[in-house]
Design a protein around this ligand. Structure first.
Ligand SMILES: [Mn+2]
Length: 317
């Protein structure tokens, strides 16, 4: 890792804009807040801008109110893009002109090394793990609140320590964060067990769409996006649902399909080593990890579902 390069950029500049991928997850939020803490406590001017608003379940995190979804009009010395594989995933345009220097800190394996300084480690579970290593390398002593940012990011990107990226290193890091006073149970509850009643009504409707394909090797759950407003739920209530598609025995690929007219989004999940990142990459703009990926097909739902099933079947056979 090129920590010296990152330190130099931080030392030599004053204003920093932090941003992350659309549909912010716990890693986006935690990584940005930890970086925000470090930069602002080093006397820097820092602003966090994301295309989407903060998911409500992360509002318990210290300083979460600094995450803004209103695009800044000024320019910055440095744009730090966190947990984002390419500039398109930011969901906003002008990332190449909003700052003089761009820094890319990420762990997605389809990261395109798009910035001036690229700190990309495709072998770690979360972007926050890279920030943790940076803090360690610089001997930075951070408070419990920041340990909670990092812990939240790691627990969410490992699916609550369920995914195959839950390595001994990850557990050692989390143990050291717990030693800083992180309330592990509280963070799990906020991250996973705090839902609105309207959101849970939405879940019941999504569960009712459960279907299996390809001799039971593929599982699908579906959501017509209009249902969200109809039930008074919110878009963030549909997060995490893709993981349900690989709960059943015998399933190798799961897909959670969200659609509106002419546009169908697939969140893909896999078990037993099928590479869904490779499947998603067959669609322009698609990508992700081997076990979790996504893509959008510009077709009506039924047509898109058939199209995707054909691709998956070829991959499985
Ligand atoms: Mn991540």
């Amino acid at each position: 890792m090129t920590w010296a390069e990152l330190s130099t950029v931080i030392d030599n500049n004053d204003s920093f804009l932090l941003s992350s991928h659309v549909s912010m997850d716990g890693d986006c939020v935690g990584s940005q807040l930890a970086m925000y803490w470090y930069l602002s406590s080093s006397g820097k001017k820092v602003f966090i801008y994301n295309h989407d608003t903060l998911p409500a379940r992360f509002s318990f995190l210290h300083n979460s109110a600094v995450i803004c979804s209103k695009k800044p009009t000024e320019t910055y010395d440095v744009l730090v893009v966190l947990d984002c594989s390419n500039p398109d995933r930011l969901g906003w345009s002008g990332s190449d002109s909003i700052a003089r220097i761009m820094v890319n800190i990420d762990h997605h394996r389809d990261n395109t090394n798009f910035a001036d300084i690229n700190i990309v480690d495709k072998n770690v579970a979360a972007t926050a793990q890279i920030i943790y290593s940076f803090f360690e390398s610089q001997g930075i002593d951070y408070p419990r609140e920041v340990a909670e940012h990092l812990y939240t990011a790691i627990i969410t990107d490992t699916g609550g320590f369920r995914f195959s990226n839950t390595t001994s290193t990850v557990l050692h890091i989390c143990a050291s964060l717990a030693e800083k006073g992180v309330d592990c149970s509280k963070i799990y509850q906020y991250s996973y067990d705090s839902h609105t009643q309207n959101g849970m009504m939405l879940w019941s409707r999504i569960w009712s769409t459960l279907e299996f394909f390809c001799e039971g090797r593929v599982c699908a759950l579906k959501l017509p996006l209009s249902l969200i407003d109809e039930l008074g739920a919110s878009y963030s209530d549909s997060e995490g649902i893709a993981d349900w598609t690989i709960l059943a025995q015998g399933v190798q690929v799961g897909m959670f399909i969200k659609y509106k007219d002419g546009e169908t989004h697939f969140s893909l999940r896999s078990r037993s080593g099928v590479d869904v990142g490779k499947i998603a990459q067959k669609i322009p703009g698609g990508g992700g990890h081997g076990s979790a990926a996504g893509c959008t097909v510009y077709m009506p739902f039924k047509e898109a579902e058939k199209y995707m099933l054909d691709i998956i079947r070829k991959e499985l056979d």
